[in-house]
Design a protein around this ligand. Structure first.
Ligand SMILES: Cc1cc2nc3c(=O)[nH]c(=O)nc-3n(C[C@H](O)[C@H](O)[C@H](O)COP(=O)(O)O)c2cc1C
Length: 419
């Protein structure tokens, strides 16, 4: 009889407990978030945990899981369980991916390097963010042979888009995941109250500052007409941060206008709000990679996505960071799954906190799920080990939930397993 990952991880934790050692990365989701809260600066906590408006959708994303109940079956031989799934030609040991999360340096200096390290230790694919803290080529190196996807924010400069997509191909991405729900930033009340936007300080723009097309744009930008800010401590800190984040020596960067021009250029070209479904055809001409769209919540959008030939859908509301009072993402899943009817993979995120949540999302028709904030909390607490621990805890609980619900494989996690 195979032990299964659930019992393995459980056993490891209980054995350490015999020697008085408790997990550095808490297992209970709320305790994990609280522990990370204590580690993070006020700005980082606001940016990572916060969302849009009154945080109703942030809360709804997790609360809504409480309405879907698993109905366990007994005396089923579940001694051999298989948690693997097929996605984009890869066999994944678990139906899990690491969601694209920007500005990871706010949680830990090792940022994307650490997440990639945890991905390579666990085999969980990483969706590399356009707003990463580390150039995608470095992240890819740390990933080794672990699958990676590239998440794209569609810049208003199409040469930048084409360059990003070519780089994604060169690092062996299995797909481009175009995020559609963030063509402007949502009304993020906590960040606004702190006056905090990481990109303004040069954080989270490493894909741009490492990009030859973007750099040419920044270098040719006419000098800013904006008055130089009064040299307050905060202003000096921001200027140093901008200089520190630009490639090259800090000394040279502090003297050069280019790092500041790069931030301004980024703010100009980050996104555009005039894209429509027909524009996807243009992306298609830029790459032969499969194209996934991320951020769908409406069944009619799933229909349009299929009509326009997408290769996969990520049901997501960006963790409630964009539209407050929006539908909980898990409530949007069944309608989209019905429309898609198995024609392309449907991934899910926004609200996954535990293995039982993964089970519910799979039962409602997701092929795999993206884990978001919890891994950032693990990163904040213990770097690569912290991310690995969070992934293991979730995979372990999924395995045990399957065992206790009476299912042996992911394919057996159907709507019938829910009340
Ligand atoms: C701090 C933070 C940064 C994020 N950055 C990105 C990003 O760069 N690109 C993207 O497509 N989604 C981004 N997301 C959204 C995640 O990919 C994912 O949709 C979300 O975290 C899911 O919600 P949950 O973490 O509450 O489960 C970000 C989310 C957070 C919390």
């Amino acid at each position: 009889m195979s032990e299964g990952l659930g019992r393995q991880i459980q056993g490891k934790i209980y054995r350490a407990g015999l020697f008085g050692r408790q997990p550095v990365v808490p297992v209970e989701p709320e305790v994990l978030a609280d522990a990370a809260h204590r580690m993070l600066s006020a700005e980082a906590w606001a940016y990572v945990a916060g969302g849009a408006g009154q945080h109703r959708t942030v809360a709804a994303n997790t609360d809504a899981f409480g309405r879907y109940r698993i109905n366990p079956r007994m005396l089923v031989d579940v001694s051999d369980r298989d948690t693997s799934v097929e996605l984009l030609g890869h066999t994944l040991a678990n139906p899990l991916l690491l969601a694209p999360i920007g500005v990871l340096e706010m949680a830990h200096p090792d940022a994307d390097h650490a997440v990639a390290e945890a991905a390579s230790r666990t085999g969980v694919p990483m969706v590399i963010s356009t707003q990463a803290s580390v150039p995608m080529e470095e992240t890819a190196q740390a990933l080794g042979s672990t699958p990676r996807l590239f998440q794209l924010y569609w810049s208003s400069n199409e040469d930048v888009v084409a360059s990003f997509v070519k780089r994604a191909e060169a690092i062996g991405a299995s797909a481009v995941v175009v995020t559609l729900d963030t063509h402007v930033l949502g009304w993020r009340t906590r960040d606004l109250d702190l006056g905090y936007l990481p990109f303004g300080r040069g954080e989270g723009i490493a894909q741009y500052t490492s990009d030859p097309v973007f750099r040419a744009l920044a270098e040719s930008r006419p000098p800013s007409n904006e008055p130089t800010p009064r040299p307050t401590v905060a202003a000096v800190k921001s200027l140093v941060s901008i200089a520190r984040h630009y490639p090259g020596s800090l000394r040279d960067n502090l003297r050069s206008p280019v790092p500041r021009a790069a931030v301004e250029t980024f703010l100009d070209v980050f996104s555009r709000s005039d894209l429509t479904w027909d524009d996807l055809a243009r992306l298609r001409t830029m790459t032969s990679l499969p194209i996934f769209v991320k951020g769908l919540q409406h069944p009619d959008d799933a229909r349009l996505a299929l009509d326009h030939g997408v290769n996969g859908i990520v049901v997501s509301n960006h963790g409630g960071r964009q539209v407050d009072n929006a539908i909980a993402s898990i409530d949007a899943l069944p309608g989209i799954v019905e429309v898609v009817a198995g024609r392309v993979p449907v991934l899910f995120d926004s609200g996954i906190r535990s293995g039982a949540d993964v089970f519910v999302a799979l039962a409602l028709g997701a092929d795999a799920v993206l884990l978001g904030r919890p891994y950032v909390y693990g990163l904040a607490l213990a770097g690569a080990e912290g991310v690995q621990a969070v992934l293991e805890h979730i995979a372990a609980e999924l395995d045990l939930t399957m065992a206790l619900a009476g299912v042996k494989s992911i394919a057996e996690i159907t709507r019938d397993t829910l009340v």
